[in-house]
Design a protein around this ligand. Structure first.
Ligand SMILES: Cc1cc2nc3c(=O)[nH]c(=O)nc-3n(C[C@H](O)[C@H](O)[C@H](O)COP(=O)(O)O)c2cc1C
Length: 325
């Protein structure tokens, strides 16, 4: 399938694997790229720019297809070494970067001078327009359904995507709630040029996370996620577990007085324990409502082939049949 996104990133299928903390290692990024999508290494999961440079090298050993790096600009006080990470990306010859979190304006000249295409992930039309204005090449429009940080506007993709299509000149992919060929066709119908998936890619053979995480996603329904940290304006969609319930109870008890310090136990440094050790109650972790559509753990190639086959079947048979009727 050819779209503006496949052309822009030099990939076969319009499917991107979003950056995911302690999931987006070289193994997953390479598997997605080898299957014809765009795999992304999650930059900040690597503690230093040197470690990111090494992860990029490892990924290149596993694939000769294009892959990218996610750079998340966090609202933290002590900022990571962003110039160092960007240097590692440029020196590593990576040609695609997914930015997320804060506005990437400051880094755009460096990235563009190195011939890197920038796709900014954002949760509102106004932020997408800002990304377009500062020169981003594409955006990933992340609806309210998404795993991770859906922002504070709560607009689901059935509204957000056509609104983005009405307003944007640059191409965009649909993100949040995407699982299969039906999602892809719907995304294209609503004006997107492809889709970005997070949660779906965790439940794959190659995702380098503990089996418990994959099983938890397969077991979950669309009713099993919760929004946490809303009082801190840092809303995150996570899978419900005992840590989620504890955190939400603190939110109720402390109301407007809630501080980040109050919830450290549930959120700080929990990802390695969950993703690598499989301790599913260690804290809160991002997961999309799309868990309700995830029933198996295929290889990445099986997943992507199946998505493309189903999408093409829907377009050729179901939809074109209707148009002729
Ligand atoms: C476990 C997990 C970790 C994530 N970590 C990040 C991250 O570090 N940076 C980022 O930009 N997005 C992160 N995301 C968001 C994904 O890149 C993607 O936008 C989102 O998962 C899309 O929604 P979906 O899960 O419904 O497919 C994360 C998502 C999950 C599920």
């Amino acid at each position: 399938m050819k779209t503006k996104i496949t052309e822009m990133f030099g990939i076969e299928h319009p499917i991107i694997q979003g950056g995911m903390h302690f999931v987006g290692f070289a193994e997953l990024a390479a598997a997605v790229s080898n299957a014809g999508g765009l795999g992304l290494i999650t930059g900040l999961t690597q503690r230093t720019p040197e470690l990111l440079a090494n992860e990029i090298r490892r990924c290149r050993e596993m694939t000769n297809k294009p892959f990218g790096v996610n750079l998340t600009f966090l609202p933290t006080v002590s900022s990571p070494d962003y110039p160092g990470y960007i240097r590692a990306i440029i020196d590593g010859g990576v040609k695609a970067v997914e930015t997320a979190g804060n506005n990437p304006q400051k880094w755009m000249p460096m990235l563009h001078e190195a011939g890197i295409k920038v796709i900014h992930k954002c949760t509102s039309v106004r932020h997408a327009l800002k990304a377009e204005a500062i020169g981003c090449d594409a955006v990933s429009v992340d609806g309210f359904e998404c795993g991770g940080h859906p922002g504070e506007d709560d607009v689901p993709n059935f509204i957000l995507l056509p609104r983005a299509a009405e307003s944007l000149k640059i191409p965009f992919v649909a993100s949040g709630g995407m699982a299969d060929g039906r999602s892809l066709v719907a995304a294209l119908a609503l004006g997107a040029d492809g889709m970005n998936m997070g949660t779906r890619f965790i439940a794959t053979k190659e995702a380098p996370v503990h089996e418990n995480v994959k099983q938890a996603i397969v077991a979950a329904s669309e009713l099993d996620t919760r929004l946490v940290m809303r009082p801190l304006r840092n809303t995150e969609r996570v899978l419900r577990n005992s840590a989620t319930d504890r955190l939400l109870a603190k939110e109720v008890a402390l109301g407007a007085n809630l501080k980040f310090d109050d919830i450290m136990e549930e959120v700080a440094g929990v990802y390695p324990r969950i993703m690598q050790q499989g301790d599913m109650e260690a804290g809160v972790w991002s997961c999309g409502m799309v868990a309700g559509l995830i029933h198996d753990i295929p290889s990445v190639k099986e997943l992507i082939d199946r998505i493309m086959l189903q999408a093409e079947e829907i377009i050729r048979q179901r939809l074109s049949g209707m148009a002729n009727a």
